[in-house]
Design a protein around this ligand. Sequence first.
Ligand SMILES: [Zn+2]
Ligand SMILES: [Zn+2]
Length: 312
Amino acid sequence: MKRLFSALQSVLSSVLVVRLALAAPMIALAEDAMNDSDFERMGKPGHGDWLFHFHEPGQSFKDYVSSNPVRASGSRQVLVFQPVGPFSPAERDIVGKAALFAGMWFDLAVRIEPAADLPKNGWHRFRRFPWQDSPVRQYRTGYFLLELLPKRLPQDAVCYLAVTMADLYPDERWNFVFGQASLSDRIGVFSMVRYFPRFWGGEESGESRTIALRRCCKVLVHEVGHIFGLTHCIYYRCAMNGSNSLEESDRRPLHLCPVCLKKLQWNRGLDVIRRYEKLGQFYARHLLEQEASWINKRLEKARQHPEKILRW
Ligand SMILES: [Zn+2]
Ligand SMILES: [Zn+2]
């Protein structure tokens, strides 16, 4: 039965390859996405969009495999998160859920380390924002990438990511950054503060918590995706699209397009349907309704046309 399934799969794969050769020779897909309305091709970028400013070449599946990307191997099997500085209870809860979500997304175990402190001296500057009463202390990403994380990189970490509610900047030329990573060192730092209303002088609500959770999930999977060697996607609207602003990342979906999914499937040996089922349960539990409805459509299609979603 197993052999039959493999044979069937290879027939399906060659059908897929032939179809792709006719329609889109540069990309290989994990799902049969041609003429599939669940995946939206990237349109022309608007003014201010990431692809308007950065003419990225894209990364085909073949490019990805030959880039020899980071993989979970040997003792390095865990996504390790390092909270740094204070979090309110609601913020801690949301960022913790997003970290667990990233584990589900990459099919990896997750560990959240005990919180570390922000540096008391140096590594910061003060910024004034019109909507804040007092100046905000902004921290340099260099502190995390050069001082804190390299010394503590755990033996079992596929990657080791600091998460903080402090606002960040890389150097004096920048107003701020959402985060920064060093792919070769498997480390990164991400600030979640701008995803919550507190930073903007707003009040927290059930809706703001859902928005913050969605944003935290998006940034973590996108950045861990980079550590796993996925570059920005230019083919479809996809979790790996570059974004130039909070508004553009809010438009970015929380699913991988078929090209990027194939890369992840190759890297992690994923069962696409099983993964969708788990992510769907998370979305339903946390009221991420758009995402739940998208994934339910995919699962319904998989039930009706199992050959449309290939398993690696
Ligand atoms: Zn990116
Ligand atoms: Zn993609």
